[in-house]
Design a protein around this ligand. Structure first.
Ligand code: NAD
Length: 498
């Protein structure tokens, strides 16, 4: 099929590359001329696992091109709107990009074919109707007040996770379609058939998981599809905030949240994922989508208290890093602090609403010197946040060198695998704030760190006197975060949380 995608960002490029890999002919349109030029040169303006390789394959399969012009809309069966919908200061979603894109699409539609305009941006409930009227405005502006074109509007919320966006797009857990016409339904089912039936030849990376055979298709009204996206993000954000709330109580009562979450996660009604306590969530979606849903609820006179609490707990987690550093170092003035990780999560260079930014800002405000190392996000941080006086470093050891404290902000595998002893030795003071609970507290202390995780109250207790033979046993035992349990035949089983 012929597809145009409006907005060549994280969602637009990934969707375009995947659909083109499946054999569709794709054009990605973006108003940012510099971004389009980068893409035309075959380079990516973002870092995303496997995207470069997939884009290369896509060019020789269905074919994909990038442009600032809207011409391809006229000959496209399906047109996706994948532009940004950031927060306004009130929390309301700013729909100005979407509005302008929809008008321009409207003015480019033709009578030659039935076009399906699909909203992939995350938008407040009711935006499907707004898009419909904006498309008509575009048609009228170009062809006259009484003109009409054959088109349908649909909603197809996006659930990809940055860092595994290609995997999530090729092997999604579900596809949600909000449609109000049979034609739109049939055309979108046809577009997604290779994914729904998982019949396409999978790339070598990311490989198709063995249990991915058919992908469930959920067909709903426009407003239900729009609400599904908000409800999904609100629930996920709430799950992490719940783990953080529990972590804060664990610290007070002397329990270990990693054990507690592993213990509750085995209950299939709860599920083990998204229960990692730490310095909280960030990224372009959770914060803005929760605020937007709160705003929508407010428009109906409803106060969504659970959503308010999820946001408040998340904010407090970021501040908690500063409190822990103050507790350990007393004053932060003149102290050198290393941030391990800047991206809001591993696998991406996206810094939108990244906890690292707020933590760096708070530290600088208190007179600390901030050093940072991130495997991919440093160029983006340097370019997008010149106001932050961060000293960017070339490696873990370079960042740690001469510092009074290290804060693990992003759970990159490179950090989990680092040589703790070497890092401790490079530092002036050996405070480690493990904001992602990456390390076994005992091992970190043995390496020489003054260790502090999140919600690991039990690890603060002084160890009881023991003889040297206990050390070997301890070294072979599961990390403090693991839960020892047993399977029916009595063999010990270690569950690794998260
Ligand atoms: P992004 O900011 O990376 O990309 C948006 C692109 O749209 C930009 O390149 C911008 O230049 C372009 N644009 C803006 N106005 C335009 C116009 N009128 N015409 C053409 N292009 C225009 O955003 P993103 O992260 O890809 O997110 C897009 C949407 O998808 C948002 O609503 C977001 O909430 C949603 N979403 C994002 C993710 C994610 O992980 N990033 C996941 C699910 C859903």
């Amino acid at each position: 099929m012929r597809v145009t995608i409006i907005g060549a960002g994280y969602v637009g490029i990934t969707t375009g590359a995947c659909l083109s890999y499946l054999g569709h002919r794709v054009t990605c349109v973006d108003t940012d001329a510099a971004k389009v030029e980068t893409l035309q040169r075959g380079e990516l303006p973002i870092y995303e696992n496997h995207l470069r390789e997939l884009l290369h394959l896509a060019r020789v399969r269905g074919g994909i091109d990038f442009t600032t012009e809207f011409e391809s809309v006229a000959e496209s069966d399906v047109i996706f709107l994948a532009v940004g919908t950031p927060s306004r200061p009130t929390g309301e979603a700013d729909l100005s990009f979407l509005e302008s894109a929809a008008r321009r699409v409207g003015s480019s539609l033709t009578r030659e074919r039935h076009h399906v305009i699909v909203n992939k941006s995350t938008v407040p409930i009711g935006t499907g109707n707004l898009v419909q009227s904006l498309l008509n405005e575009g048609i009228h502006a170009r062809h006259g007040q009484n003109s009409s074109m054959p088109f349908s509007v649909a909603s197809n919320p996006e659930f990809l996770r940055e860092g595994s966006a290609v995997f999530d797009s090729l092997y999604p857990e579900r596809i949600v379609l909000g449609v109000e016409s049979g034609t739109a339904m049939e055309m979108l089912r046809e577009l997604y058939r290779p994914i729904l039936e998982q019949r396409f030849e999978a790339p070598s990376l990311p490989a198709r998981p063995e249990d991915c055979r058919e992908v469930p298709l959920i067909v709903t009204s426009l407003s239900s599809a729009e609400m599904i996206k908000y409800a999904a993000n609100a629930f996920l954000a709430m799950k992490i905030s719940f783990a953080n709330e529990a972590a804060n109580i664990c610290e007070k009562v002397g329990a270990d949240v990693t054990q507690v979450m592993a213990g509750i996660g085995l209950d299939s009604r709860i599920g083990a994922r998204f229960l990692n306590a730490g310095i909280g969530w960030g990224g372009s979606c959770f914060g803005k989508d929760l605020r937007s849903l709160l705003h929508t609820a407010g428009e109906y006179g409803y106060r969504a208290q659970l959503l308010e609490a999820s946001l408040a707990v998340n904010q407090a987690q970021r501040q908690m890093v500063i409190h822990k550093l103050q507790e350990k170092l007393y004053t932060l003035k003149g102290r050198s602090i290393a941030l391990f990780g800047l991206a809001f999560k591993p696998g991406t260079d996206d810094l939108r609403d990244a906890p690292s930014l707020q933590i760096a800002e708070e530290l600088l405000k208190r007179g600390a010197r901030v050093r940072a190392y991130d495997p991919v996000a440093m160029p983006a941080c340097r370019q997008q946040h010149p106001e932050l006086n961060i000293q960017y470093c070339n490696s873990i050891l370079d960042a740690a060198s001469g510092t009074h404290a290290v804060v693990v902000v992003t759970e990159w595998t490179e950090f989990a695998a680092m040589d703790l002893e070497k890092v401790a030795q490079a530092m002036a003071d050996r405070v480690l704030i493990d904001g992602r609970n990456l390390f076994d507290p005992e091992l970190a202390r043995k390496a020489g760190f003054d260790y502090s995780g999140v919600g690991r109250g039990s690890s603060r207790r002084r160890p009881v006197e023991h003889d040297a033979s206990d050390d070997a046993a301890a070294a072979n035992s599961a990390p403090a975060g693991d839960v020892q349990t047993t399977v029916p035949n009595g063999a010990p089983l270690t569950m690794v949380p998260g």
